[in-house]
Design a binder for this molecule. Structure first.
Ligand code: ZN
Length: 265
């Protein structure tokens, strides 16, 4: 049984400017604009994910016999991730957007260390800027973006386990354009490459290993698009959970004095 924890930001769905999260003071006009954006996004999200984006992902994995899933959110104590939960997580799936700053550095560091020990990490869409991924990859993870585009997702590593059951190409009628340059270290595999109407291309599905842990970043999944209802997207996420799940969690990588093994005569 793979123990999957989904960390979902759960801020935009509420549609309110929560001063606990957005502590900086905006100029009045800007604050009004931002509050308006939050309210509008919440309305749009309700149409696409009436039960919530996080809950939609949770419900999908609940139906799987070999996966046990737990959904946690930023507004829970300790941002939803206690030490105990981290110790009992094989794969952490992460969706974040406008409140990346609200995740404490200390928690990001704990996640970083747990990945080095073998925990799988799947980072979705705007989570490209989340603290744990930036710590693990060591780059800014910035990119170009434009909302409301059309995407063709090309399978560029068809033999990879994450690509199993996925056609050479599938289309997303509406998805946010993410374009290069995506400031990431060279991936081990670029499993999917996105093409957009503006002609932009993007390394949409990338893998890395860090320590004993496997990492998958996947671009589609803008909050107001029905992306997480798409059968291929869900199949890719299923495959990614299985691929990133560790055989076991290791001790922290460390320098060990090693006696020379006996030479066979
Ligand atoms: Zn987005």
């Amino acid at each position: 049984m793979i123990r999957l924890t989904i960390w979902y930001e759960n801020v935009q769905e509420k549609g309110i400017l929560d001063k606990n999260i957005f502590q900086e003071s905006f100029p009045e006009e800007e604050e009004k604009k931002f509050a308006g954006f939050l309210a509008k996004t919440a309305e749009e999200m309700k149409k696409v994910y009436p039960d919530g984006l996080g809950k939609t992902l949770e419900d999908h994995f609940k139906a799987k016999e070999d996966i046990s899933v737990k959904l946690v959110t930023l507004d829970m104590p300790g941002c939803g991730i206690t030490d105990e939960l981290l110790e009992n997580t094989d794969v952490l799936m992460w969706w974040s957007h406008i409140a990346q700053h609200a995740v404490p550095d200390e928690l990001a560091e704990k996640i970083h260390q747990r990945v080095l020990q073998g925990m799988g990490l799947i980072v979705l869409h705007s989570g490209h800027l989340c603290k744990p991924l930036k710590l693990l990859l060591g780059t800014s993870c910035t990119l170009r973006w434009r909302e409301g585009d059309f995407e063709r997702v090309w399978t560029t590593a068809p033999t990879h386990p994450i690509a199993q059951g996925i056609p050479p190409m599938f289309e997303l009628e509406t998805e946010e354009m993410y374009g290069e340059f995506f400031d990431i270290p060279k991936p081990d595999d670029v499993i999917f490459t996105g093409w957009f109407r503006g002609g932009e291309v993007f390394r949409s599905g990338c893998t890395w290993t860090r320590g004993y842990g496997k990492i998958f970043y996947f671009q589609p999944g803008h909050e107001t698009n029905p992306t997480y209802h798409n059968e291929y997207i869900l199949k890719i996420l299923d495959n990614a959970v299985h691929w990133t799940a560790p055989d076991r969690i290791h001790d922290k990588p460390d320098c060990i004095h090693a006696e020379a093994p006996e030479i066979r005569k």
